[in-house]
Ligand binder design. Structure first.
Ligand code: NAD
Length: 351
């Protein structure tokens, strides 16, 4: 289903030749149009339609979706058209949703161009947009026909966005594979490791999980480790504070909080708390939160899609590689964990 590196783009050309879509539409954002689309041109038919949207999380919303639908109509896209989503997680999320809903669904292909979208957002068929204060409130699960991962696209990606993807790679180790976690730790300590191989293994970990539970009835929930608080922090900083951070940065802070919570509810040993947090902390700046910030973030937790009867359900850790799903956590424990996190955030980092 997914193809890795150079062969991937060739696969696109073969797929288009065989499938003969009535129209090929390539969705980009301003950055991927300039930096990534030229690399794709040799593999595209001469006449394709480009829909180009502004970059960033704040455009993963209903007005942008409407403008994509409108441009699909204006360009006479029909049910036999093919949409190619060329970009980061914002493009694959909104593009996958636009294609899944246009004329009750047209075929689409993801070509992820950020590290985060290669190892995470493009894999697993979750599509959607943010709505009101909540992240990913509207969406569906519908798989692309192909996912073409080519890490040459990373050459133009800013370091901050590479770090964002690294957060999800670390997550894959923590929830699914102790050996992979160790490989990531080694990579972060001395960058000599083959990074392409680490990307490939990260995709494999996610793929195995979603193949077993595509509709998130059980196992797939583990992929939300760090995301319950991470999403609330991301929405808070993006929309209330107007001080946006990357998705992975928010997830990294969410993972640290979840590690503290795991220890406070006595399922994770303190020695592991320190060793896990020291790895994450070296890579990410921890933003301190005031009491007022924490109250807002707690309020945003009420929008989390995994809530049951309004109570947030956390994915926590029992050990590296061993997650615990559906953990209801009291407000008091969450606040205590923010306190422990804040103590660390205000300390000088040992970067
Ligand atoms: N569907 C899922 O399963 C899933 C999983 C994880 C995250 N997500 C979603 O993914 C989104 C975050 O994705 P993201 O971090 O890729 O953000 P993004 O799509 O906003 O991309 C980050 C920035 O990098 C730019 N960019 C993209 N490719 C580039 C390249 N090759 N060179 C230079 N610049 C490039 C983009 O234009 C943008 O400015 C969030 O909305 C998150 O909710 C979805």
């Amino acid at each position: 289903m997914y193809h890795y590196n150079q062969k991937g783009l060739q696969t696109l050309q073969n797929y288009i030749l065989e499938r003969k879509p009535s129209k090929v539409i390539v969705l980009t954002d301003y950055h991927t149009k300039e930096l990534c689309l030229p690399k794709l041109l040799p593999y595209l038919p001469a006449h394709f339609v480009n829909i180009n949207i502004p970059p960033g999380e704040s455009y993963k919303q209903i007005e942008t979706l409407q403008s994509i639908w409108k441009q699909l109509l204006e360009n006479n896209a029909d049910r036999n058209s093919l949409m190619i989503n060329l970009g980061g997680g914002v493009i694959t999320d909104i593009g996958g949703f636009a294609a899944s809903t246009f004329k009750r669904g047209i075929d689409f292909i993801h070509i992820p161009t950020t590290l985060l979208s290669m190892v995470d957002a493009a894999i697993g068929g979750k599509n959607g947009i943010n709505f009101l204060q909540g992240k990913n409130q509207i969406g569906n699960i519908n798989l692309p026909k192909l996912i073409l991962v080519n890490d040459d696209f990373l050459n133009t990606l800013p370091q901050m966005q590479i770090d964002s993807g690294i957060a999800e790679m670390l997550k894959h180790g923590l929830i699914g594979d102790r050996d992979y976690w160790q490989k990531m730790v080694t990579y972060l300590n001395n960058k000599n490791t083959n990074f392409s191989q680490l990307i490939k293994e990260s995709i494999q970990i996610k793929n195995e999980i979603i193949n077993e539970d595509p509709y998130e009835k059980g196992l797939r929930k583990v992929l939300n480790f760090g995301h319950t608080l991470g999403h609330a922090i991301e929405s808070y900083l993006n929309y209330q504070k107007k001080s946006p951070i990357t998705h992975g940065h928010a997830v990294a802070m969410g993972m640290i909080l979840s590690v503290y919570i795991s220890n406070k509810i006595k399922i994770l040993k303190f020695t592991l708390v320190t060793s896990i947090i020291s790895v994450i902390r070296k890579q990410f700046t921890l933003i301190p939160f005031t009491d007022q910030d924490i109250l807002y973030i707690l309020e945003l937790l009420s929008f989390d899609k995994k809530n049951i009867n309004g109570i947030p359900q956390f994915i926590l850790l029992e050990d590296i590689g061993i997650p615990a799903i559906d953990q209801a956590v009291s407000k008091e424990i969450i606040i205590e964990s923010f306190k422990a996190y804040n103590a660390l955030a205000t300390k000088r980092s040992d970067k």
